[in-house]
Ligand binder design. Structure first.
Ligand code: MV4
Length: 453
């Protein structure tokens, strides 16, 4: 087992990883930018090293600087958290080259799953259901029009290197394809340095349901149920829950089996998530695979009682998974609400200094947050300042706890999306579990029109 781990991240996820390392008697090394000098993750770590100026490309994305700190501090392993370098194959490869254990999958798996087109092809070969589409990269409008003829409109034009909806557009006819192709390709090139485009049949009003898996280095792959992540705004998940209130037990078993098949087919190791789109007949289709721990992993921890970061560390240290599928609990229901420093009407990030913070306490309430009174939310980093995770014996009880907790959440000094979270949690369709990816557009955005500017 490792004696010291460097956490190549910041904020709530860095704190969360440090907490698990302390439980495992593993020393921790934090890295921080000048903007984070007084932050909680720096104070909680056993050692902390300044790695640069606030902009991420001068600090948290500086691969060589982070690796040199790990060597100076004599850390044996690096946990990347999520975001930042967590799905950067170059970083994973450089760690391996330097004899540092990257707590995650092998670099070549990160690279393979980072290409949505390659991932689609691989999953099709594995027999995992994928969305009807064309598996060839489309270089220009003419090729796109010819491919579209084969699958028919409406379709989704997507960037293979894409994420967060960038380079993705719903195309309803030829004219729209002529207008949209070049611009989306250009956006993909400038954002990702890769303009590879492809098309898929459009799935209207899908659920976004993802399956958590963990896999050791000996071929054992365990599914840890699913998470419903359909309440999103501009491809940003806002509320996630486990288990999904939508799918039947039969569909659940099929999705978990498909996820294990997918992971085994690519010899996946460590924690990973297979994302599916699920239509209203509960047909499910592979969307993409995330080769990292996700923001929303706490809802899975709440219903299984597992510590996923501890499982990641044990797997990276070469330990075999000893838990068996039949031992995986699915106890009650958990919901996560992401608290963002953002303007409730424009949704733009709203930086500033938190002057007071009172987070609700009580049964079934868990906070993942690095925020405290005095914390300055800067425009350099993700505006998510906390995750409120509630759990209960039933979904109904979890919803009640979510509403109570949001009502008593006090943050002064910055604007937040707490009101939007409350409106959502109180909405009859949310309470009924009728949550597709159109929820925010159908039920929340119209509300903002009535909110004071
Ligand atoms: C789709 C889709 C419908 N049909 N693909 C892909 C990236 C992810 N962030 C959203 N993705 C989607 N891919 C096909 N063929 C619907 C989504 C989707 C979505 C699309 C637009 C706006 C919000 C969305 C939220 C979840 C899923």
């Amino acid at each position: 087992m490792f004696t010291k781990i460097l956490i190549a991240n910041r904020g709530e996820i860095a704190l969360r990883i440090i907490r698990t390392c302390k439980k495992m008697n593993i020393k921790t090394v934090a890295v921080y930018s000048e903007a984070d000098a007084d932050s909680l993750h720096v104070r909680e770590a056993d050692e902390a090293y300044l790695i640069g100026k606030p902009p991420v490309n001068q600090s948290y994305l500086n691969i060589e600087k982070i690796i040199s700190v790990a060597k100076t501090a004599k850390a044996e392993a690096i946990h990347p958290g999520y975001g930042l370098l967590s799905e950067n194959a170059v970083f994973a490869r450089r760690c391996a080259e330097e004899g540092l254990v990257f707590i995650g999958p092998d670099a070549d798996i990160i690279a393979a799953m980072g290409s949505k087109l390659e991932a689609r092809k691989t999953m099709q070969e594995a027999g995992v259901p994928v969305i009807q589409g064309i598996n060839i990269p489309l270089q220009n409008e003419e090729e796109a029009l010819a491919a579209a003829k084969k699958i028919g409109y409406p379709l989704m034009l997507k960037a293979s290197a894409g994420g967060g909806g960038i380079g993705m557009q719903l195309i309803s006819n030829e004219e729209e394809m002529r207008k949209a192709f070049a611009g989306n390709k250009r956006r993909a090139e400038s954002f990702f340095g890769d303009g590879t485009m492809f098309i898929e049949k459009y799935i209207p009003e899908p659920h976004h349901i993802e399956v958590q898996i963990i896999a050791d280095k000996y071929g054992h792959v365990l599914p840890l149920w699913e998470r419903e992540c359909s309440i999103q705004r501009r491809h940003q998940k806002v509320i996630e829950e486990a288990p999904s209130p939508f799918i039947s037990e039969e569909t659940r078993e099929k999705m978990l089996t498909a996820a294990v098949t997918a992971a085994k087919h690519i010899n996946y190791t460590n924690a990973g998530t297979i994302e599916f789109l699920v239509d209203n007949e509960e047909n499910f289709y592979f969307l993409e695979m995330n080769t990292r721990l996700q923001v929303e992993h706490p809802v899975t921890e709440e219903i299984t009682g597992l510590d996923l970061v501890a499982e990641q560390i044990k797997i990276a240290a070469g330990e075999p998974l000893i838990i068996k599928k039949e031992d995986i609990a699915r106890k009650g229901h958990a919901i996560e609400a992401r608290i963002y420093a953002e303007d409730p009407v424009t949704f733009f990030p709203s930086p500033g200094t938190i002057t007071s913070l009172k987070q609700p306490e009580g049964e079934g309430i868990r906070h993942e947050s690095a925020a405290e009174a005095g914390t300055t939310v800067t425009p350099f980093y993700d505006p998510m300042i906390a995750k409120l995770v509630v759990s209960g014996e039933t979904r109904q009880q979890a919803c009640e706890r979510l509403i109570e907790a949001l009502e008593s959440y006090k943050i002064e000094g910055i604007k937040t999306n707490i009101d939007m979270l409350l409106q959502t949690a109180r909405h009859e369709n949310f309470l009924k579990g009728h949550t597709t990816t159109k929820f925010v557009e159908q039920y929340y955005l119209p509300l903002t029109k009535t909110m004071k500017k």
